[in-house]
Write a protein that binds this ligand. Structure first.
Ligand code: NAP
Ligand code: G4F
Length: 383
């Protein structure tokens, strides 16, 4: 009998990689998808099977984290061995705009899942993974952060996730449920949402290299993040649920980098050297040099003349509109527990991750429809 997993947030970055990973392991994967006016299944289209297909191993259900009744019905119908609760309004800056909704979906949504499992008498059958976050550390109380570091959330998103973290611990202790938190530090990939900082940068680098746009406006360039590859991090989620006893784990690389340095690394992937001058909102990044051979190999010789005209010109500016009311200045995780207890370790370096994203975005932006439409799909618009 194959194992049955239910993934909330199946259409997101992690949901897509995790679905693929579990299907390869022989699981039947059920995914919770909220209704939208467009399909919004781009990340999982290659896995989706038509309902008329026999013996499907990927099945989608309409549902929403804000609707207890549908969650309870779906969990009752699916009788999952494992639930991966990944659904969330996951953008920190946007959570300041929609704090009540964020609390409902990210905080109470987690309670709804746990309570459904309890009410359906599935506590001894169903294991639960809760997508907790390094944002819980916020105004960090210790460097690096580990499982015992006190939390100090700095956004409505992080406060909602704090509730989700503790309600997961509480259900584990109160009802003996196999419910665990993965405290995941930032993880990125070519599937990352376009308004998170790494993807915003790699898309912009690709478009600037191809001459489709002149520059990009960013927010705080000095904050530091511990970035890993989502493909590594979803493996940790799986491992957490395979343990005999439930527990909470930090998943991180242990290396932290500024946004500024990630921008430089991303331009370097296409052979473009960028230097910064100025401070705070007056800081600017401009092109100082071009490695013509590298640029030609990665982007294409036909784009070389245009980018050479940009030497000495500004390609990165700062717009305070992207600053957050309260910022998380530095995140760096100590992954000793996950290494020793789960046997997990990251396989991608930051440079390999950056290269994966930049090359993907160069190819994406070259596609005819992006060029035809100008590809102006929200780069500088939101967050
Ligand atoms: P993501 O790409 O933003 O995906 C979020 C998923 O949740 C999407 O499928 C989204 O559906 C769904 N969703 C949002 N609100 C919902 C609602 N009310 N009902 C049902 N589904 C809803 O996020 P991710 O990067 O894959 O992250 C997965 C989880 O890990 C999230 O809980 C996030 O907060 C957490 N996390 C992420 C990171 C990271 O660095 N990526 C680090 C730590 C923790 P749509 O496709 O319809 O929008
Ligand atoms: O990429 P970000 O938006 O990610 P953030 O806020 O760290 O949150 C992500 O990681 C969390 C794990 O720690 C997850 F829980 C959460 O769901 C999400 O996936 O921003 C990273 C940093 C911030 O300091 C931000 O101020 O980049 C800075 N930044 C600078 N300019 C920018 C920009 N962030 C965005 N999104 N856009 C900018 O233009």
């Amino acid at each position: 009998m194959s194992k049955v997993a239910l993934i909330t947030g199946v259409t997101g970055q992690d949901g897509a990689y995790l679905s693929e990973y579990l299907i390869k392991k022989g699981y039947t994967v059920h995914g919770l998808k909220r209704r939208s006016s467009m399909f919004n299944t781009d990340r999982i289209d290659h896995l989706y099977q038509d309902p008329h297909h026999e013996n499907r191993n990927m099945i989608l259900h309409y549902g929403d984290m804000t609707d207890s009744m549908n969650l309870t019905r779906i969990i009752g119908d699916v009788q999952p061995d494992e639930i991966y609760n990944l659904a969330a309004m996951s953008h920190v800056k946007v959570s300041f705009d929609v704090p009540e909704y964020t609390a409902n979906a990210d905080g109470i949504g987690t309670l709804r899942v746990l309570e459904a499992v309890r009410l359906l008498n599935l506590t001894s059958k169903t294991r639960i993974y809760q997508a907790s976050t390094s944002e819980l550390y916020g105004l960090v109380q210790e460097i690096p952060q580990k499982e015992t570091t006190p939390f100090y959330p700095r956004s409505p998103y992080a406060v909602a996730k704090l509730y989700a973290y503790w309600i997961t611990v509480n259900y584990r202790e109160a009802y003996g449920m196999h419910a665990s938190n993965g405290i995941l530090f930032n993880h990125e990939s070519p599937l990352r949402g376009e308004t998170f900082v790494t993807r915003k940068v790699t898309r912009a680098v690709a478009r600037i290299a191809l001459g489709l746009q002149d520059m990009v406006y960013m927010g705080n360039l000095s904050s530091k993040r511990d970035w890993g590859h989502a493909k590594d991090y979803i493996k940790a989620m799986y491992l957490i649920l395979q343990q005999d006893t439930p527990d909470d784990y930090v998943i991180s690389t242990g290396i932290t980098t500024t946004i500024r340095d990630f921008i430089k690394m991303s331009f370097a992937e296409v052979g473009v050297t960028v230097a910064f001058r100025g401070e705070n909102e007056n800081e600017q990044g401009y092109i100082t040099e071009i490695d013509e051979q590298k640029f030609s190999e990665v982007v294409g010789e036909e784009y070389l003349e245009r980018i050479k005209e940009r030497i000495g010109k500004m390609v990165v500016g700062v717009d305070p509109a992207y600053f957050r009311p309260t910022e998380v200045d530095i995140l760096i995780g100590d992954n000793t527990k996950s290494r020793t207890k789960l046997g997990w370790e990251p396989t991608y370096t930051l440079q390999a991750l950056c290269q994966d994203m930049v090359i993907h975005d160069v190819e994406l932006m070259k596609k005819e429809e992006y060029l035809k439409n100008g590809g102006y799909k929200i780069l500088n618009y939101f967050e």
